[in-house]
Design a protein around this ligand. Structure first.
Ligand code: ASP
Ligand code: MG
Length: 402
């Protein structure tokens, strides 16, 4: 089998862990697998590097951000390749550029353009294990780019697609994908197999196991993914195209504490107001989540929406910019909220599931502030202080615990 094995920051945070992983890779190699390894920076190295840059200049440009942030992975690849050779394997470390990973020139969140097959395959054919730096690539002008925080998962999927691998294994510090975050729910069930669509909804609404872009890429190019524990034997969770189930089913629960709600009060109920407002947000590339417009009397509405904490500053600036023009009343924001979502198959087709979600939350007297839905998800915004309690009743109601 031709496999890409990706190891995340916590799995390679010490040299001891790197040696243990190298030993495992060497065993897989001896069993006959052809392997490309992708690694992240050791532990919290990337945070440390970004912090250094901040100390020198909080407004450093994003080309320099990429230049420094990408170095963490360069440490890991040299250590991993050297650890592999200690276990008797031929191995070569490669930066994104050396591996042939082309991106556009959007520093700090570059989009992948292509991964060249030739270099990696010729190494593999010579019995060498290439160790590729995650998270980084090269722009058309030859500058180093990075793919956004957590981007090594995306590198792994892109490499798997580029070389036509049979499988992309993501090794991490949990032994797969769970029906809920164990920090909120006592004993969540482990999921053996899940569809790309469900995994995308989970990643987009708070699950931290996989980088959202990596799953989107895997779905687009049919790359089979497995999430596994780096230091324990386990089957992990398979993410692939699952035949369409008709039966509505709730499979998991995710929570997101990183949201802020912005409310624009008393805007005139006339055509074009929402367009003008959201044009400003679009110009600033703010990604939105829930949008609610509530009817008022006297020809006025409230418009409320949520954004991630990281994008809050840009979002508020956008709204203030358009405030006069749309003749809005007050603008206020609320950072005491959190989002809880259930994800599964054909969820919104079942009013029973919808009812049970709302009833579970009502059963402990918690108010639902905003609601959004998709075919495979229902999300509710509630007070953050109630999140733990709500996660417990909702997971009980849908049998997500063991
Ligand atoms: N080292 C990078 C980060 O911390 C990329 C990754 O770990 O996936 O965001
Ligand atoms: Mg990661």
């Amino acid at each position: 089998m031709l496999v890409v094995q990706k190891y995340g920051g916590t799995s390679v945070e010490t040299t001891e862990k790197i040696l243990k992983i190298a030993e495992k890779i060497a065993q897989d190699y001896d069993r006959g697998d052809k392997i490309v390894v992708v690694v992240s920076a050791m532990g919290k190295t990337t945070n440390y590097l970004i912090n250094l840059l901040d100390q020198v200049n909080p407004n450093a440009n994003s080309r320099e951000y990429d230049m420094i942030a990408s170095t963490g992975e360069q440490i890991s690849i040299a250590l991993m390749a050297s650890a592999l050779s200690r276990y008797g394997k031929k191995s070569v470390s490669l930066t994104g550029f050396q591996a042939g990973i082309d991106t556009d020139s959007t520093y700090s969140r570059a989009a992948l353009k292509r991964v060249y097959r030739g270099k990696l395959m010729s190494l593999i054919d010579d019995g060498i294990i290439p160790v590729v730096a995650g998270f980084q690539g090269i722009s058309p002008s030859g500058d180093i780019t990075t793919l956004g925080r957590g981007g090594s998962d995306t590198t792994a999927v892109a490499v798997a697609y580029g070389i036509g691998a049979d499988l992309c294994e993501i090794y991490t510090d949990v032994d797969g994908v769970y029906a809920a975050d164990p920090r909120y729910v006592d004993k969540p069930k482990k999921i053996d197999k899940i569809s790309y669509d469900e995994m995308i909804e989970m990643a987009a609404h708070g699950a931290k196991v996989l980088h959202l872009r990596s799953v989107e890429l895997a779905r687009r190019y049919h790359v089979k993914l497995v999430v596994k524990h780096a230091h324990m034997k386990s089957e992990g969770t398979i993410i692939e195209e699952v035949g369409r189930l008709e039966e509505p089913l709730v499979r998991s629960l995710t929570v997101d504490e990183g949201i802020v709600k912005i409310v624009i009060e008393d805007v005139p109920d006339i055509p074009g107001i929402a367009a003008k407002t959201f044009k400003q947000l679009s110009d600033r590339h703010v990604s939105l989540d829930m949008i609610v417009q509530s009817m008022h009397r006297d020809g006025k509405n409230d418009i409320a929406f949520t954004v991630s904490k990281e994008e809050f500053k840009d979002a508020l600036e956008a709204v203030n910019h358009v405030k006069e023009e749309i003749k809005a009343g007050n603008i206020h924001s609320d950072d005491t909220m959190a989002k809880i979502s259930i994800v599964g198959v054909n969820i919104i087709g079942s009013s029973e599931i919808v009812y049970n979600m709302f009833d579970a939350i009502a059963s402990i007297g918690v108010n639902i502030d905003m609601i959004s839905t998709s075919n495979s998800r229902i999300s509710c915004v509630i007070k953050r202080e109630k999140l733990r309690e709500v996660a417990k009743v909702v997971s009980k109601r849908f049998g997500l615990e063991e």
